[in-house]
Design a protein around this ligand. Sequence first.
Ligand SMILES: [Zn+2]
Length: 332
Amino acid sequence: MGPRSLNNQPQTEQLLSPEQVKVKVTHVLLSNFDALCYSGELPVNYPKTVGRFATGIITECGEKVYGLAKGDKVFIKGTRPCLKCLHCKKGDTDNCEHIQIAGIDFDGFLRDFVTCDYRRVAALPDGVDAVSALCIEHVAFAENIYDQLKLAPGSKVAISGGNALALIVAQVAMYHKLVPIMIVGDPACAEKLKKSGVYFSFVNDENLSENIAAATSGIKCDASVYISASGISSDVASSVLARDKTLVLEGMASLNYKINSLPLLRHNTKVICVTDGFGYTESAINMILHGAIDLSGIEKQVLTEFDPAAILKEKLSDLAHDHKLVIAKLIF
Ligand SMILES: [Zn+2]
């Protein structure tokens, strides 16, 4: 209803057009993003339902729905084109100027049913498990980053942060034959990442620049991804870059922070911002199917009875250490 005000309200969902599907929501990932929607730190146009990442089962299909049928398992896309900008009006929704995000611009998915255009869901193949399916936008997000970076195989990519998103960004880098170098806040997190298959994983301490030099033969990194809720200074992310390289400011769970311009100017750094995985859903599903990500090292909690406000408050208390995937399982 407003910042830190979450109510459970009855609502009806029915098919309004022959191009819509009705989906019974089965799983919702409760993330830092949802916590920031709940707290009011993100610019939510209240009232809005929380829940950006969700999967479900189709219970009804309109007559003009293609490629989907009742009973299909689907991923519900957390981003949509605005349908109002010039690109959208010309039918070029892929280049929408105002990508809409669930939980901020339209209702999120922590509810029993979602009715939407069939193009706003993606069929889930049998080989994609429930937990990986909830991370489809994370993989899509990583794809969006690497598509823009266009790095050659063997390039070194620094990733500042140690949460689930950071690990997925690192695993997608390895899938593309890039070398991730993770910078984290504490030694326990660095150890965990090494066990998850990330070879270079360093603590942000006084040895960092020496470690980065050793990992990059002294030439520093080809790109650096700064995870905004990492608790690490953005200046660390820019300090590991070689000259003329790119700093990626990740904003899936956007926070307001300051960044020092002088080091960026001195090194001719290019800065890009990535806030969603819009347009990469299908390729992300394909990558998951081909084993691009391994979430076995991440702690998970699947809840059938839960208090969403309590979960989101707990996330807010320590955004930087968001190691646990908290999943709400909604049953019939
Ligand atoms: Zn648009």
